[in-house]
Write a protein that binds this ligand. Structure first.
Ligand code: PHE
Length: 387
């Protein structure tokens, strides 16, 4: 008799478990029934040179998806994330995009982080009529082709680099009193190259002088030749618009050589793995600060921290926004139809954690920038610059 009861309980447990795995989910008390599934691909650099970018992007997107599913999904459909490691590098990014488009047959892509990966992904997505929103890729060419035509299916959730470069240049001149700048860049990185150009244009346009401009490659580990030129040129600031892995190497070697000129960078500096001791005294432009007291930010921060046990950076916030934006557009459209969803996006007004998003003709939102200061202990909020 006892063993029959036990068997019965086991069967019930097995039934509930299998039900959870097979298209229903628990939303509080009773299991939730969905009409079906909508797949959303998340393409992010989980390995390669900048893994914190990928982890934060994935985690922000998954939090948004979890919240929609807990509310019953989108139009009653469960959102199923498909996460692929696109490595912030063109070839793996193309492979990941082809896989999710051709094999998984997704209609929606969130990603990539890095402009040089988002640009080739955008070619694939646009040709396949798959809606792509890059949370963080700031180079203009992500949403616009070589002839200046907007790619119909491609959007982003962040400001673009002509603005970011201008904000950096203005800050250098007006707040740091800089009259001369030295620029360091990796010509093979669309983001770095673009941001360096836009900074130079703004800085010289405002009457500043660029006293040196030197290139390196992403594989370089010894920057002493360029640092020697900086020591000679004695600029008021050095502009280094690269990702945190390069910034760590360069600023550490600069400190070892006794170079005290402030380094200025862009959003690519935003990482828990930025070497703050090395980069201390530097400033960077960014999309958001987790210390922003706005309730939207603090609410998101609280939920993200309780799920993941870490403070969300700009990548997490923008990925959360990009995912919510995509899902809201599908919900507003009322059907899983990428042709219609992209038209909904063109007209949407979306209130996100990182600000309100409406798109211009090039599918770029107009948003303000934050300036952050690096100290040995932490990165501090300095100011906000509106477009
Ligand atoms: N803007 C960078 C690019 O386009 C990516 C990035 C955004 C990195 C935000 C860190 C934080 O490549």
């Amino acid at each position: 008799m006892k063993s029959f009861k036990l068997l019965g309980i086991l069967l019930i447990v097995a039934f509930v478990l299998s039900a959870c795995g097979g298209g229903t989910a628990t939303g509080g008390e009773k299991p939730m029934e969905y009409k079906g599934e909508i797949k959303v691909a998340i393409l992010a650099p989980l390995s390669g040179p900048v893994p914190t970018f990928g982890e934060m992007t994935r985690d922000g997107a998954l939090l948004a998806i979890e919240e929609w599913n807990a509310k019953g999904g989108v139009n009653g459909y469960k959102i199923v994330p498909i996460v692929e490691d696109s490595q912030c590098t063109p070839d793996p990014a193309v492979n990941a995009a082809n896989k999710v488009v051709n094999q998984d047959k997704v209609h929606y892509i969130i990603g990539e982080v890095c402009s040089k990966a988002s640009i080739p992904i955008s070619e694939i997505a646009n040709a396949a009529k798959v809606v792509q929103i890059s949370p963080t890729s700031t180079n203009p060419s992500v949403t616009v082709d070589a002839n200046g035509k907007t790619k119909d299916f491609i959007f982003r959730a962040c400001f673009i680099d002509p603005f970011q470069g201008q904000v950096g240049a203005k800050f250098a001149m007006e707040n740091l009193g800089a009259k001369t700048a030295f620029i360091m860049l990796d010509q093979a990185n669309d983001y770095v190259k673009g941001l360096a150009e836009f900074f130079e244009k703004s800085f010289t346009g405002m009457g500043g002088t660029v006293v040196g401009k030197e290139s390196y490659t992403a594989n370089d580990t010894d920057f002493s030749a360029i640092l020697a030129k900086i020591a000679d040129a004695k600029p008021d600031v050095v502009y280094l618009p690269d990702y945190y892995n390069i910034v760590n190497l360069v600023t550490k070697q600069a400190k070892e050589k006794g170079i005290t000129v402030p380094f200025i960078g862009g959003d690519g500096w935003d990482s828990a793995d930025l070497d703050k001791a090395a980069a201390a005294g530097g400033y960077f432009t960014n999309h958001y600060s987790s210390d922003d007291p706005r309730p939207e930010v603090q609410n998101f921060r609280k939920n993200f921290e309780s799920k993941y046990g870490k403070v969300p950076d700009a990548l997490a916030a923008l990925s959360y926004d990009a995912t919510n934006l995509m899902l809201q557009a599908i919900a507003d459209t009322g059907e899983d139809n990428p042709e219609k969803v992209r038209l909904t996006l063109e007209k949407i007004t979306f209130k996100g954690v990182s600000g309100t998003i409406t798109f211009d003709a090039s599918h770029n939102p107009i948003k303000s920038a934050t300036i952050l200061k690096v100290t040995p202990e932490k990165v501090i909020f300095e100011s906000v610059v509106n477009p």
